[in-house]
Write a protein that binds this ligand. Structure first.
Ligand code: GTP
Ligand code: MG
Length: 192
């Protein structure tokens, strides 16, 4: 897989999905874990998806077209952000679940976690949800640049145990350095 170009398509706030035939890959994970940065790293674009050190930045479903409609990357709002009202939290959860249920073109989900942290209850719930609805997903541990190589290895083992998968099945990436980008592109080719 080579990403030649990428462009913003649209954002969805309400329960009406983008229609069409383009296959979609959704990017899910906790707030501030690095979902938008992951999209920027993949597309070699610094500001395609808005990233921020302030959690809760992405509040809508944002669609990005890759290679003029070969597929869409869909940036989902992050979950688990404490400083929002229950109303907001429920509306985001509703939007994410609505998307996962209703999108006809969803091929698989990249479930992003921070390599430094054990999976949260919400990460595990999402993984269970995806399994239950038979939506394929690929686990990505990001922010690899924050740990030494040895520490990454240990952290991957912890994550693998938490998600009950083999450590080899978790892609280790850094959106800062581009580590793991090739493996992510291979996963896209394999799952699209
Ligand atoms: P929400 O939209 O709020 O859910 O956040 P997000 O998951 O889209 O995270 P975002 O990409 O905005 O990144 C959050 C913060 O983490 C920003 O300050 C990023 O610069 C930083 N960040 C993201 N990925 C990496 C990474 O691989 N390495 C390092 N060192 N920092 C990262
Ligand atoms: Mg974001």
């Amino acid at each position: 897989m080579i990403i030649k170009n990428a462009e913003y398509v649209t954002s969805i706030v309400h329960k009406k999905l983008f229609e069409g035939e383009v296959p979609e890959i959704a990017i899910a994970g906790r707030s501030n874990v690095g979902k938008s940065s992951f999209i920027n790293m993949l597309t070699n674009r610094k500001k395609l998806a808005r990233s921020s050190s302030e959690p809760g930045r992405t509040r809508m479903l944002n669609y990005f077209s890759i290679n003029n409609g070969e597929f869409f990357l869909v940036d989902l709002p992050g979950y688990g952000y404490a400083k929002v009202t229950d109303k907001e939290r429920n509306s985001w959860k509703g939007l994410i679940e609505y998307y996962l249920q209703e999108s006809k073109n969803l091929k698989f989900v990249f479930l992003i976690v921070d390599v430094r942290h054990e999976p949260s209850e919400l990460d595990l719930q999402l993984a269970e949800y995806l399994k239950y609805y038979a939506i394929p997903y690929v686990l990505v541990a990001t922010k690899a640049d924050k740990l030494s190589k040895a520490a990454c290895k240990g952290a991957l083992a912890t994550l693998a145990k938490g998600f009950s998968v083999a450590a080899e099945n978790i892609l280790l990436v850094s959106s800062l350095t581009g580590t793991g980008r090739d493996a992510v592109l291979s996963a896209i080719s394999a799952n699209l």
